[in-house]
Design a protein around this ligand. Structure first.
Ligand code: ADP
Length: 266
């Protein structure tokens, strides 16, 4: 796995950040934001300085997942410049479009408007020195993706998919986009989410609700690493809704799955 690849692109923003990782998915609803949140928390738990930009303009969910829905980031003077102060929780600095617009308006954002707003959240914010800067991208392929690669020297992308065929088909498109000439960002690997379900009363059983190991097969076909398989677990869903990502508790089975995922990426 590529680690801290040389990013000799001095014209790009955030030169003080060591690794910039795009978290993406082909389809919505596969758990991209959940994975991004837990990955950020797990990386912070490993002792890294972490920032997370919620660039999913169609459904900015990170403020809720980090329990900072009511945060209204303020401007602070830093070295003679007025900079947006990211919200912070669980050792992760966070900015989201969701802090600045109400949910109903965010979905109307398109093209240049969204791209410019995101650029501002990168350029005019006090991110400081970071080991990892994660970007929770909108699903699919969009102008935002292009803007991000033009603005930032991205270390690599991770692609989240369920093992279901329709999700995998879109994940494949996403991976091709990153590897294509226009974007040309290394793909660090695929993360299979919702891999199986194990009922509490049948702890030995795994039910492959979305098909078995489709993510693993796609990773093999495309010759990218499979970074992890995350099962469907109620606590992962509840952790998102309660603003307490399961990765906060790395000793739990689910928290440990995200810790291992983070360890596969560093
Ligand atoms: P996306 O960002 O791809 O649209 P989300 O992260 O918002 O997807 O996840 C969609 C829904 O699925 C959310 O309600 C989330 O809590 C839930 N979810 C995601 N991953 C899991 C999982 N491994 N187990 C249980 N629920 C999950």
């Amino acid at each position: 796995i590529t680690r801290q690849v040389a990013r000799p692109e001095p014209d790009k923003l955030l030169p003080q950040v060591k690794n910039i990782i795009a978290v993406s998915s082909g389809k919505g609803g596969v758990g991209k934001s959940t994975v991004a949140a837990n990955l950020a928390v797990a990386l912070a738990g490993l002792g890294y300085k972490v920032g997370l930009l919620d660039a999913d303009i169609f459904g900015p969910s990170q403020p809720k997942m980090f329990h900072v829905e009511d945060a209204r980031p303020v401007l602070e003077e830093v070295g003679g410049r007025e900079l947006i102060q990211p919200a912070e929780n669980y050792g992760v600095k966070l900015l989201s479009i969701g802090f600045f617009v109400n949910k109903e308006d965010a979905v109307l954002w398109r093209g240049a408007m969204a791209s410019n707003a995101l650029k501002q959240l990168i350029a005019d914010a006090n991110w400081g020195e970071l080991d990892y800067f994660l970007i929770d991208l909108p699903p699919g392929t969009s102008d935002i993706h292009l803007t991000m690669v033009q603005t930032l020297a991205i270390t690599g992308a991770v692609v989240v998919s369920t093992p279901q065929e329709v999700a995998l088909a879109d994940a494949r498109k996403g991976i091709s986009m990153f590897m294509g000439e226009k974007i040309n960002v290394p793909v660090l690997g695929l993360i299979e989410n919702m891999s199986w379900f194990t009922p509490a009363e049948l702890p030995e059983n795994k039910y492959y609700l979305f098909g078995k190991e489709g993510g693993k097969r796609l990773a093999e076909q495309l010759n990218v690493p499979l970074l992890g398989q995350i099962p469907i677990v109620q606590s992962i869903c509840e952790g998102g809704d309660n603003g307490e990502p399961v990765a906060l508790n790395p000793d739990s089975i689910t928290g440990n799955a995200f810790r291992r995922l983070a360890e596969n990426i560093v």
